[in-house]
Design a protein around this ligand. Structure first.
Ligand SMILES: [Zn+2]
Ligand SMILES: [Zn+2]
Length: 680
């Protein structure tokens, strides 16, 4: 990729490459995206080549025009009526017919499926199959044709927020769940679309549901490009081109869409900005939220970060006067704020993880015809399998992690590396057949609730129950019919879905966060509680949230419940300032993983040897990652901390140079992470 031109170079002739191929002009990166890539390469200390290649769709990178027409083979009406067993004596034709019954096939797909051209000719000559071609629409500037916003009246807070976001700038829009954040987004976008300017809307991976897309499409009669990880290469490249040429009015996408080029950018919105999925966790580790803010500066357009529970980083930027803070604290008229209640489990007996007050409340809601949501952020049946005879615990052989028991498959599964062991109830240490399942997973709670509430359906929604395509939609539709039911789920359930008939949310087993060595654990817990709690009573029915915990008198938890998120966040920020942690001090990590702990440690030692430390940068390590062993690799890290970004970057560059020169550099896998979101 050519980023700029020059007539002379200091690089030796052997290292200079010829231009291999000139791409069509519309494949080039816009200058502002290239500028963003350069900025990111410096900020994240990452090679520019990889940054650029992250920012481009695969097909564009390879020079394949997604618009070129595609020829494909499909069945004719006659061909669709042929029964497969009529072709017993022509197995090759029968095979092709069977393939075509499930989908049309492009030439290269036919080739991969090893279909002979004689077979294709045979079907075509019998008029059972035919060649068709499709082409993509030509480019044209988008035009907003209609807006469907009849009868929507903004409340005072929404109007205030909207009025204050008219000037170009950075805004943090903190709105409680159900306070009409999306409506504010819509009314920000509308005049821009009318003026021919485009909107880029980022949402977390888990939140880009068909409902989200439908909501935008129903409001604005304009072409929308949807960019996320599960669309095809061709769709992605096409969306990229149509955004760049200005054919689409709105780009709706997940993390990597922050690099989508826009012909005439009007606004960038990052919804649920606190969500950690905005941070890429491997390779080029960038934060799409942070890059969105930088991009807004480069393209002179407003950036709106929205959340019910803003990240501490964004709250810190408000403190530092970098963002303007706007609030939406009211729900639409008639609906009330959910009420939080802590159930202290130190003094109340639990039955399979449920206290009597909670069981009574669930019963009461179901009897009144309402729905109940039971939240437990742990899938499987039980997180610990222990021998009752000798106390041996089943560990993953490849990770520092326990195996989780899954009931239906009767398997022990590692949630970190995917290792699966059949469960034969046999202790590997003492040979006794007395293995007990300890602790709670969603499958276990599901089972208990089914026994307790026999006449009501119990629907489990987690990664295991929604593996099949469309099973999520089927489950959600069933819930939205509104009949009394219990939903059991992980955070998959808590994000992006609306359950208007849920009047009680029960939150179980959150106590791990209080023991965690990760300093972000409590911040995350607070965000999670409010996100999950926000599912309750979203319509006219008032909602209740019951939290079972041993830490009912923990001051931060009480603050969250009694005074709300802002007071809670302020308290944590105070602690972070005292402890010199982010967002007041900045972190960068150098991670190393190797086949032995010693190798990973030695490698990191070797890049710390040089004595010339920068006074303003602290170096800590090598220390083991929070999970020292994962998927058979030993993982260590160095933490660089500084109050000053420039010193941090310089020190990091110095250590990276040492890492590249280290004799051990080929024996370990190492990576750099600026502004890490965890220490795993
Ligand atoms: Zn044993
Ligand atoms: Zn494992």
């Amino acid at each position: 990729m050519v980023t700029s031109l020059d007539s002379s170079s200091k690089v030796s002739d052997q290292k200079i490459r010829e231009v291999i191929k000139v791409m069509p002009p519309d494949f080039s990166m816009t200058s502002s995206i290239l500028k963003l890539c350069r900025w990111a390469a410096t900020y994240y200390n990452h090679p520019i080549g990889e940054v650029v290649s992250n920012a481009l769709p695969g097909l564009i990178r390879k020079g394949v025009n997604p618009r070129s027409t595609v020829e494909y083979l499909c069945l004719t009406r006659k061909g669709r009526q042929i029964k497969l067993n009529e072709l017993k004596r022509a197995p090759a034709q029968r095979h092709l017919l069977k393939l075509l019954q499930s989908k049309n096939l492009e030439r290269n797909e036919l080739k991969t499926a090893d279909i002979k051209s004689a077979t294709i000719r045979a079907l075509v000559s019998k008029a059972w199959a035919t060649w068709q071609s499709s082409s993509f629409d030509q480019s044209s500037k988008f035009q907003l044709k209609a807006v469907n916003d009849e009868g929507i009246l903004l409340n005072y807070e929404q109007q205030f927020a909207l009025r204050n976001m008219q000037k170009t700038g950075n805004y943090l829009l903190q709105g409680v769940t159900g306070s009409g954040k999306t409506e504010v987004y819509f009314q920000l976008i509308e005049p821009l679309l009318n003026a021919g300017r485009q909107a880029l809307v980022l949402v977390p991976e888990i939140g880009l549901t068909p409902q989200t897309i439908t909501r935008f499409a129903a409001r604005f009669n304009v072409e929308i490009a949807v960019l996320h990880s599960s669309i095809s290469e061709r769709e992605r490249a096409k969306g990229w081109l149509r955004a760049k040429e200005g054919s689409v009015g709105i780009v709706l996408g997940t993390r990597s869409a922050v690099f989508a080029p826009l012909a005439n950018p009007g606004i960038i919105i990052v919804d649920e900005e606190h969500d950690t999925s905005y941070k890429q966790q491997d390779g080029f580790r960038y934060s799409a939220r942070d890059l969105a803010v930088i991009r807004g500066q480069f393209e002179s357009c407003s950036v709106v970060l929205g959340s019910a529970t803003p990240s501490l980083e964004s709250l810190r930027n408000v403190e530092a006067k970098k963002y303007q803070h706007l609030f939406l604290s009211q729900r639409p008229q008639g609906s009330t704020q959910e009420h939080y209640q802590l159930v202290d489990t130190r003094h109340i007996e639990k039955r399979e993880g449920l206290t009597q007050p909670l069981i009574n409340s669930i019963n009461q809601e179901l009897q009144s015809g309402n729905q109940v949501l039971v939240f437990l952020n742990r899938r499987g049946f039980a997180p610990v399998m222990m021998c009752s005879s000798c106390g041996w615990i089943f560990q993953c052989p490849r990770c520092d992690a326990r195996l989780t028991y899954h009931l239906q498959q009767n398997e022990l599964v590692c949630h970190h590396c995917g290792t699966i062991r059949p469960h034969n109830n046999l202790c590997q240490a003492c040979g006794e057949h007395q293995v007990a399942a300890i602790g709670l997973g969603t499958q276990r709670i599901e089972q208990t609730l089914k026994t307790l509430f026999k006449s009501f359906p119990v629907l489990r929604i987690d990664r295991d129950s929604t593996r099949r395509k469309d099973s999520m939609i089927t489950l959600i539709n069933r819930v939205n019919r509104g009949d009394p039911a219990i939903l059991v789920g992980t955070q998959l359930l808590a994000k992006g879905h609306h359950f208007p008939d849920v009047t009680l949310v029960a939150i179980l087993d959150i106590d791990n966060a209080f023991y965690s060595t990760d300093y972000r654990a409590l911040e995350r817990l607070g965000q999670l509680i409010l996100q999950v709690g926000g599912r309750a009573g979203r319509a006219e029915k008032p909602g209740r949230v019951m939290i079972q915990t041993e830490f009912a008198s923990q001051p931060l938890l009480k603050k969250l419940i009694d005074e709300g998120y802002s007071a809670f966040a302020k308290e944590i920020l105070k602690e972070r300032l005292l402890q010199q942690l982010p967002p007041y001090h900045f972190h960068a990590l150098i991670r190393a993983e190797a086949n032995t702990a010693e190798l990973a440690q030695n490698f990191l030692e070797s890049i710390l040897t040089e004595e010339t430390y920068t006074a303003t940068v602290d170096l800590l390590g090598p220390i083991p990652a929070l999970m020292e062993k994962k998927a058979g690799k030993f993982r260590y890290l160095i933490i660089l901390t500084s109050k000053d970004r420039n010193s941090l970057r310089k020190e990091l560059s110095k250590r990276i140079a040492l890492a590249e020169q280290s004799k051990l550099t080929r024996k370990v896998r190492w990576s750099v992470d600026v502004d890490p979101v965890d220490l795993f």
